[in-house]
Design a protein around this ligand. Sequence first.
Ligand code: ATP
Ligand code: SF4
Ligand code: MG
Length: 344
Amino acid sequence: MNEPLRPVHDDVGGPAQPLLTIRGLQKHYPLAKGLLGRGGGSVRAVDGIDFEVRKGETLGVVGESGCGKSTTARLLMQLIRPTAGEVVFDGRTVGGRDLPLKQFHRQVQMVFQDSYASLNPRLTIEDSIAFGPQVHGSGRRPAVQRARDLLARVGLEPQRFAERYPHELSGGQRQRVNIARALALQPRLLILDEAVSALDKSVEAQVINLLLDLKAEFGLTYLFISHDLQVVRYLSDRVMVMYLGRVAELGPSESLYAGPLHPYTRALLSSMPSMDPDHRTERALLAGDPPNPIDPPAGCRFHPRCPDAAPVCGQRAPVLAARRGAHTVACLMHEPGSGHPAAT
Ligand SMILES: Nc1ncnc2c1ncn2[C@@H]1O[C@H](COP(=O)(O)OP(=O)(O)OP(=O)(O)O)[C@@H](O)[C@H]1O
Ligand code: SF4
Ligand SMILES: [Mg+2]
């Protein structure tokens, strides 16, 4: 590969400082008022979450549709304004004097599910990839050269593909282009929001392996959002489980998959097809009403559906805290003295 574009960012805080620290992040969408001025209220898409993304890790994010995964990703990318909370990148508050948005956007890039919508249909893929660096001050020539290097790196031969337009590619090829485009600015963090979910299984596996290779080669950190619990397990060092705009559980992949602490995580995992055909049982799937972020239940948000709910669960909101090593959970059963009969 030719000389890469000069990196504009350094590791500020060293390996122990999280790459991303999220504090009290909220996004409420106001609802339109009714004719008599009644109603109002809001959709609490993300409702007060705190977590970290460590340097060099892949943090997986799972949870049912509508639990706030994409809203979280958009908030992190600063594509939408939070109702409250802050995002700190390598020790610096994003969007302030500390770390202006333009500098932040060089370091964090996002890949979405819809490979087609993210590419300009009127630009060749080489120009699409070279666009970002040019906006950030690179000359056309080095930007195009880097685009070609990156095309080769993501498995698309530049001679064959550079001049093509998005509609001339398959979904998997387009997603490779989107990955190349995301890497053109030499980011440190990639947010992958269902980035492989629309692909056929065999293509998906190839793109996942490409993501693993690129991560090692470029020293990247990933936030990997997916419905697919198997894929998340395969890729992630740690996994965060979201429920109705909150974090239910967050822990090392192995610990979380082998011994989920939150009843919601247990339900999610039990709906996952077992790899072992001898243990393929039909266990209870998630019961009860689907979650509604407009009027979330009081106390623990999961209590109307929770098989372990006790009276206190409708009155008191659990706090996310470490309960087994680095494994954190928000459930009153694991909160000493909470009043839940199973609490110690
Ligand atoms: N612009 C918006 N205005 C109002 N409500 C919104 C808006 N964007 C998202 N929401 C709502 O916020 C909640 C969270 O949506 P979000 O897209 O973050 O969920 P998700 O976890 O990514 O779901 P999926 O798995 O289906 O992608 C949903 O109830 C959604 O309807
Ligand atoms: S706090 Fe109560 S309702 Fe919520 S997950 Fe724990 S046991 Fe279930
Ligand atoms: Mg989503």
